[in-house]
Write a protein that binds this ligand. Structure first.
Ligand code: ZN
Ligand code: ZN
Length: 438
């Protein structure tokens, strides 16, 4: 069944020459040429020859990787097309090396009926540069009370169900949602948050929040809700996905559950992997997100969990906001940052280069692992596979600025910063979706 949609583009005819191909799925890490014919990987090897209509891409010194899959983005459509829409979100995804991305359901209106979901998938068939798909809400209007028609929404192509942006209010609604997804073969993705502990929170609760005089959001706010959902998933033997894990306490709960055989997967964002709550001292509204940046101990635990596979994948939680919303004092700014276009650069420069994570593991967590959770075929640079890949110059330096981003919003923690590592080419579903080699 279809779970992603994309506009029609001509099939790629490419010879990508002399790049370092790193594909953990195929067990490859070597300098190779990759020949793409009619949108499929036709050959991988040395000294391959281009055909007549084949464009040659010089990838010397570059990485050639399976394309990335983002399980968690906010496309802001319907309702806030001033912040993002399917065309700009998918362009941002392509520019970040992503070959598929999934939008959350907390739009206006909420994606809680098959009619709204079908409207979005039709729009994506016209506008999306890379295949995109959609979560449907667990509860009508995200109100936490009445379940959506999950069977119909699953049949319309919802990749999974989530009230992301909000917690699932009660154990009873979490339980019923998990019972339903068992039937539909999907999963429930939770934004874990105990609302009574969250109230008025501005940043992680710890020494930094005390020093800055900002209301703290304790780790417990997340880990309590994670534990409850894990207990229910265990009881119902149903698939649960934990969004944007931010704390060591949540990781401990997930580790215990995985050990006990609970069907749980988890994601972590790039910002939680490379920053801690100390940066909030800048009072930059672009380091305000929910869950908040945690302590250095939490950050280290997240990196270790990503390395070991306890956390299955990286997801961006790409959350565009117009600059007028973010150009306010920290306390008044909304939560959320964009992330599709900076994910690889910050993780490669922040974790792989210093030796905290090896490149192959990062690639798996960005590509094959999230693809499998979404029920997609894992992107692979293997003969016969559809061309889902990206070419990245790991040494290129670029500045994060409104005009260098494809997203309609630029509320990035790295706004104005120089990043190292730039995606030069993205081929998604056999089509060139991004080409920045100029
Ligand atoms: Zn969330
Ligand atoms: Zn989110």
């Amino acid at each position: 069944m279809k779970r992603t949609w994309c506009k029609h583009l001509p099939a790629a005819e490419l010879l990508i020459k002399g790049g370092r191909v790193v594909d953990p799925e195929s067990g490859v890490d070597a300098v190779q040429d990759v020949l793409v014919k009619k949108g499929k990987v036709a050959e991988v090897g040395k000294s391959l020859k281009a055909g007549k209509n084949t464009r040659v891409v010089d990838a010397a010194g570059m990485l050639v990787l399976p394309g990335f899959v983002d399980l968690h983005a906010h496309f802001r459509t319907p309702g806030r097309e001033d912040e993002e829409d399917i065309a700009t979100a998918s362009a941002a995804a392509a520019a970040g090396g992503y070959v598929a991305a999934f939008g959350m359901a907390n739009t206006d209106p909420v994606v809680d009926t098959a009619t709204i979901l079908t409207g979005l998938s039709q729009r994506a068939s016209v506008d999306a540069l890379v295949p995109v798909g959609f979560f449907a809400a667990v509860t009508k209007g995200l109100a936490g009370e009445e379940l959506t028609e999950m069977g119909e929404l699953g049949a319309a192509g919802a990749v999974g169900f989530s009230d992301d942006g909000q917690s699932l209010k009660t154990a009873a609604i979490t339980r019923r949602a998990l019972q339903y997804v068992k039937v539909s073969g999907r999963f429930v993705a939770i934004h874990a948050q105990d609302d009574s502990l969250f109230k008025g929170g501005q940043m992680h609760e710890g020494p930094a929040s005390a020093r800055l005089g900002l209301t703290g959001i304790p780790s417990l706010c997340e880990s309590l809700d994670v534990s409850r959902a894990l207990d229910i998933a265990a009881y119902e033997d149903a698939d649960l996905h934990v969004c944007h894990v931010s704390s060591a306490a949540s990781l401990e709960a997930i580790a215990r559950a995985k050990e006990a055989g609970v069907r749980v997967t988890a994601e972590v964002t790039p910002h939680h992997l490379v920053m801690n709550d100390e940066v909030v001292a800048t009072l930059d509204p672009n380091v305000k997100m929910n869950p908040p940046l945690r302590s250095e101990g939490d950050r280290r635990a997240l990196v270790e969990a990503l390395r070991s596979g306890l956390v299955d994948c990286v997801a961006t939680d790409h959350a565009p906001h117009v600059s007028e919303e973010k150009d306010v004092p920290y306390e008044e700014a909304p939560f959320g940052v964009v992330g599709l276009e900076t994910a690889f650069s910050v993780l490669h420069a922040g974790l792989v280069e210093p030796g905290e994570l090896d490149l192959a593991t990062l690639v798996t967590r960005l590509s094959a692992a999230p693809a499998r959770i979404a029920g997609l075929e894992a992107p692979a640079i293997a003969v016969g596979a559809p061309a889902d890949l990206c070419v990245i110059d790991p040494a290129a330096v670029w500045t994060v600025a409104p005009h260098t981003l494809q997203s309609r919003s630029w509320n990035s923690p790295w706004l104005g910063n120089e990043l190292t590592g730039k995606v030069r080419l993205t081929v998604a579903a056999g089509r060139v979706a991004w080409d920045d080699r100029a």
